[in-house]
Structures are given as C-alpha cells and as structure tokens.
Design a protein. Structure first.
Length: 127
C-alpha cells in the first residue's frame, strides 16, 4: 500500500464521487487525481480498486479513502506495477491525517498528577 505521507498536500479532498480535477501541483507538474471516498463498515474489496483503475486515463492517479479498511485483494490490486498509481487511505490513517492537520479535532494539553507518599487502607479504600 502506498503511504499517504509520501503524497503532496491535496488541494481538494471534498469529492464524494470520482473526480479528475487537478488535485495537486508543483511549479512544473499538474497531476489529475480521481478521488473516491467510502463510508462503510465493511472493508473495501478488489472490484472497487479495479473499477477506479479502469476509469483512469494515462498519467492519472487514484485515491480511495475509507472509514473502514482495505481487504487483501484491494491492497494487492493497488500495489500492481502494471496499473495506474492508486493511493489507499484507511480509517486509522485518515484520523491520523486529520489530527496532524488540525481538521475536526484540537489538541488539549493535559497535566497528570500522581499521588505519592501515602497509601489508602482500611475503610477509606472502600469508600
């Protein structure tokens, strides 16, 4: 599976269906990226990856984001060298990316206090 951390920052990730708008650019390179987002409990399977791969034109890439995970067949299909490049982001990776980019979550510092130097015993321990 290709890691999302190796990708360039996406300009637009709000697509709900496959889209081939320019997704990220550099000063010399424009890459068209077809995006599919899946919200489901079951793992994404090979036919989903095959369908996206088959819809891509030469020099296009694909990205499938799911709230669940990818089956072994889907991962194997995305990793094939003879097919267009398809990135996979599962639910755990998605949450990490959202937190890392402060999207939909915020960090709150917490101070932990550990009592030392005394032990509870007798009736106080059962209260």
């Amino acid at each position: 599976m290709r890691s999302a951390s190796a990708m360039w920052r996406l300009r637009s990730t709000t697509a709900t269906r496959a889209s081939t708008r320019p997704a990220y650019t550099s000063s010399r390179l424009v890459v068209r990226l077809a995006v599919q987002a899946k919200r489901q409990a079951a793992n994404v399977v090979r036919p989903v990856v095959q369908a996206l791969s088959g819809s891509l034109k030469p020099h296009q890439q694909g990205l499938i984001i799911t709230t669940s995970d990818f089956g072994k067949g889907a991962r194997d299909e995305a990793a094939r060298d003879d097919k267009p490049l398809i990135w996979l982001i599962n639910g755990k990776q998605l949450v990490k990316l959202l937190i890392a980019n402060d999207i939909g979550a915020r960090r709150i510092p917490v101070e932990l206090v550990e009592p030392t130097g005394f032990e509870l015993g007798g009736d106080e321990a059962n209260d």
